[in-house]
Design a protein. Structure first.
Lengths: 541, 323
């Protein structure tokens, strides 16, 4: 008896609540204000461009700061805070003229010195170490960082509105590297007033880019407002960006369906859900290349013919469709799709496919038999260990590779998905045959994926590293070449050399599904950060 | 009583010391390093990062430094992931949210559980009892990520869409996610509290059933006391002690945050840090959280134990401690 009364009362209460709820008017923003609502997947590690890590950190930086150069929608490096620049004859010294009409969000003038200061913060250990090696391209930077030279010796100098950067070696892609956060400038006076806490809160962050951060509720929400002192503010159309931190994919999709988000990214598994809800799903290439990194010191994975055989055993088309089931594309080389090449084409379109040992089961068998003969082994003696992180898509992909290699060659493959800690330990001890891993493009040029092989030096005698003239020669030519098309051709030759030796066996280039609300226009995706660029986006009335 | 409290505080301090030491040893012996990414870093960069976070010292000096920082200065260090943010400031910012959610869920779970448990026992083996038993079993067995996802979709998307069409309003009674006003707390509180509600129901029910058939209840009935009085003064008062034990155990776990629920509903609480700090090798954060968590649990247990003497007059702490 009592319980029915209770239940009835509860029902009344719920109804009353619902009525109160319905009666309340929804809060509306000022009618003429354009507000964008988007979600990021994790709290940015900071809002300090010289100090932080992660995609969400790069996304926020890309909208809060004005780099010396900025990528336009064709992915060309165009003037950001620079009016123009010149490159010296030897390809080592860039001279940038910094515009004098750009301002920090507190009204202070943005200067060339801001950029010098930003890099020097890293070199003097005043900020983070995460990206230090990226600014080591600047002359003497690594020596300054190691304390072997005074900071004045670093090859970055501001004089009035002139910023001069001298490099260790020619890097024709350097203007594109400047779009990467460690090279961003920060305001000296402001940073020095934050007691080492720059970029940890909204009030301790200052912007010279299209937006500034008005509020930051940690783990919850950031509010970006248009920076009135930004030189190009007239072309920034959205007034406010509400950035919600929503870690769960399902929740993001639900919010998008409810009209609470204007942009959402999701995995292949969620594609049908979004489509069923009536939205157009599209995808973009996010510049991530996934490959098997070979441990060349181990006998089996160190054998050239075995690597070529393994590569030839993978039907990449089927792999992407059958195992990954997402927006990824089969690898055609180590450089992923979406990286710019020449003549208005992407690198992959311009160079074509360099992956010589693509799917060819007969060749795979022949090469494998030859490889085994060289090693004096039988197939039954071979056990390959493939490690990867214990997250998707690596776990699925690793299992698929296991099946392919075991069935094709009759060998034993042991796959080991590992947590971060054991993974990094195994990786630094080189305790694996192959490591299934990915590399995301840091700057929009093929070099971002293959520069690694040019830098590698066979210092440790116990370790075999890939070092071949077939790669080094065209790569060195590419570094000196001024003709952009010819330079890409050299890079293509260098990549082809890698694809012959296969120190890394590329499998797929990652793609990302996305859906955009009807009112959001002009959001631009690219293969380098910020992957989602809303600087020039607009909201339909 | 004061003697007992002093002794308990002593034991608590020892417990906390042991926990810090064990945590340190565990973290120290974890394979891998925090600053290893896919990009091969120059040694100078790795050295600089290790020096910054004090990871370059050998085990024993590092342990001493760690202890002195924590116990002498109350300094848990800086997170290696959230640049330049102190571990303490992150806990300070996230814990109140988790605690708020936890207290709401506990209130819901305990009050709901007591009511349904008592009701169930009074209606022993009748339809009402069976119904509340089913609810209790469901509450214990449905994982919160399923219940959370389901309710989020049904109430946040479907029900809201229906309300929107019917009343032509943008207002959402059950927001999908985030933590702003009271209505934002409804679904997460229900999901987090349902488990507690289920255990409290079952505990209350069985403990009540033990009491129902006691002689003193018959006596009370024969004295002509009203049903309400019998239930409240003679049954519930006597049945509550075991329930109290269960609740005490829940407090520490529920109040410090749930990774799953905070993740589904994007609640800026402490839950995710317990998981993420380990997977991202954020040593200072992991150690800080472990310590915070253990101090919290130790304190809660102390309060719970002290509370016994209030709930059950038969418990005498002083005598127990002198024996």
């Amino acid at each position: 008896m009592k319980s029915t009364v209770l239940a009835r009362n509860a029902l009344y209460l719920l109804l009353a609540l619902a009525l109160v709820a319905v009666a309340q008017p929804a809060a509306h923003a000022a009618a003429d204000e354009k507000v964008l609502n988007i979600a990021i997947t994790a709290e940015p590690s900071s809002l300090d461009p010289n100090n932080g890590i992660g995609d969400t950190w790069m996304f926020t930086n890309g909208h809060l700061y004005e780099p010396v150069t900025r990528l336009d929608i064709n992915n060309d490096a165009v003037p950001g805070s620079a009016l123009s620049w010149e490159l010296s004859e030897d390809g080592l010294t860039y001279t940038f003229i910094i515009r004098d009409d750009n301002g920090w969000s507190n009204g202070a003038k943005a200067t060339a010195y801001d950029y010098e200061y930003g890099v020097k913060r890293i070199l003097t250990h005043e900020s983070g170490e995460d990206w230090a090696s990226l600014v080591f391209d600047i002359k003497n930077a690594s020596k300054v960082f190691a304390g072997e030279l005074p900071v004045e010796e670093a090859g970055i100098k501001a004089d009035g509105n002139i910023l001069t950067i001298t490099l260790e070696q020619p890097e024709p892609y350097f203007p594109k590297l400047l779009t990467f956060a460690p090279y961003f400038g920060v305001n000296t006076d402001f940073v020095e007033g934050t007691d080492g806490k720059y970029g940890t809160q909204a009030a301790l962050t200052l912007s010279n880019g299209p937006y500034y951060v008005e509020s930051w509720a940690h783990d919850d929400k950031l509010v970006f407002r248009k920076n009135p002192y930004y030189w190009n503010a007239a072309n920034v159309k959205i007034d406010t960006i509400n950035i919600y931190i929503i870690p769960d994919e399902n929740t993001r999709i639900n919010l998008f369906q409810n009209g609470e988000l204007d942009y959402v990214e999701f995995s292949g598994a969620k594609k049908p859900v979004v489509e069923q809800a009536g939205y157009a799903v599209s995808s973009y290439e996010n510049g991530r290349s996934v490959y098997l990194d070979a441990n060349l010191s181990n006998p089996v994975s160190g054998n050239l013919k075995i690597r070529q055989a393994l590569s030839s055993a993978i039907d990449r088309e089927l792999f992407v469709k059958g195992a990954l089931k997402d927006a990824s594309t089969p690898a055609e080389g180590l450089v992923p799709t979406g990286i710019t090449g020449a003549d208005g084409k992407s690198f992959r379109e311009y160079i074509g496919k360099t992956l010589i040992y693509d799917y060819n089961p007969e060749l795979a068998q022949t090469l494998f038999a030859e490889g085994l003969a060289e090693l004096g082994l039988a197939a039954s003696d071979v056990t390959l260990t493939i490690i990867s992180r214990n997250s998707e898509p690596y776990v699925t992909a690793n299992a698929a590779l296991q099946e392919i290699f075991q069935e094709t060659f009759g060998i034993k493959v042991s796959t080991e998905p590992l947590d971060r800690s054991s993974y990094s330990a195994r990786r630094s001890d080189y305790s694996y045959d192959f490591c299934l891993v990915s590399w995301g493009a840091d700057w929009d040029d093929a070099t971002t994926l293959i520069h690694y092989f040019y830098e590698t030096e066979p210092t440790d005698t116990a370790r075999v590293v890939y070092k071949e003239a077939a790669f080094d020669e065209p790569y060195a030519k590419a570094l000196l070449e001024r003709d952009p098309a010819l330079r890409q051709t050299y890079l293509g030759e260098a990549e082809a050399a890698l694809m012959e030796a296969l120190p890394r066996i590329p499998i797929w280039a990652e793609g990302q599904y996305k859906a955009v609300s009807d009112r959001l226009l002009g959001v631009h995706n690219r293969a380098v950060v910020p992957y989602v660029d809303i600087v020039w986006a607009d909201i339909a009335e | 009583m004061p003697g007992y409290i002093l002794k308990r505080i002593g034991i608590s301090l020892l417990t906390i010391f042991v926990i810090t030491t064990v945590t340190f040893v565990l973290m120290y012996s974890l394979p891998g390093k925090p600053f290893l990414g896919e990009r091969p870093l120059p040694q100078s960069v790795i050295d600089a990062a290790n020096a910054k976070y004090g990871l370059n010292l050998p085990m024993f000096p590092r342990y001493l430094k760690y202890l002195s920082n924590i116990f002498l200065r109350g300094d848990f260090g800086q997170s290696t992931v959230y640049t330049n943010r102190d571990v303490t400031s992150i806990i300070k910012q996230a814990f109140p949210v988790s605690a708020s959610l936890g207290i709401r869920a506990l209130t819901f779970g305990v009050i709901g559980g007591l009511l349904s448990g008592i009701y169930s026992a009074l209606r022993h083996n009748k339809a009402g009892d069976r119904f509340s038993t089913v609810i209790a079993i469901l509450g214990v067995s449905i994982p919160s990520f399923i219940l959370g996802t389901m309710l989020q979709y049904l109430l946040g998307v479907k029900f809201s869409g229906w309300v929107k069409r019917l009343f032509d309003t943008k207002y959402q009674l059950f927001p999908l996610a985030r933590w702003e006003s009271f209505r934002y707390t409804l679904i997460p509180t229900f999901v987090l509290g349902l488990g507690s509600l289920a255990s409290v129901t079952r505990m209350t029910r069985s403990s009540m059933l033990d009491v129902v058939n006691q002689d003193y209840i018959k006596t009370a009935k024969s004295k002509g006391l009203s049903d309400l009085e019998i239930t409240w003064r003679h049954m519930v008062r006597n049945a509550i002690a075991p329930v109290y034990t269960v609740i005490g155990g829940m407090v520490g776990v529920v109040v410090t945050g749930s990774f799953v629920i905070e993740n589904i509903f994007s609640i800026p609480g402490l839950g995710k840090y317990f998981v993420n700090s380990v997977t991202s090798s954020d040593y200072p954060m992991t150690i800080g959280l472990t310590l915070f968590f253990s101090i919290f649990i130790v304190l809660v247990n102390l309060v719970v134990d002290l509370g016994y003497s209030l709930i059950d007059p038969r418990v005498r702490l002083d005598r127990a401690s002198k024996r």
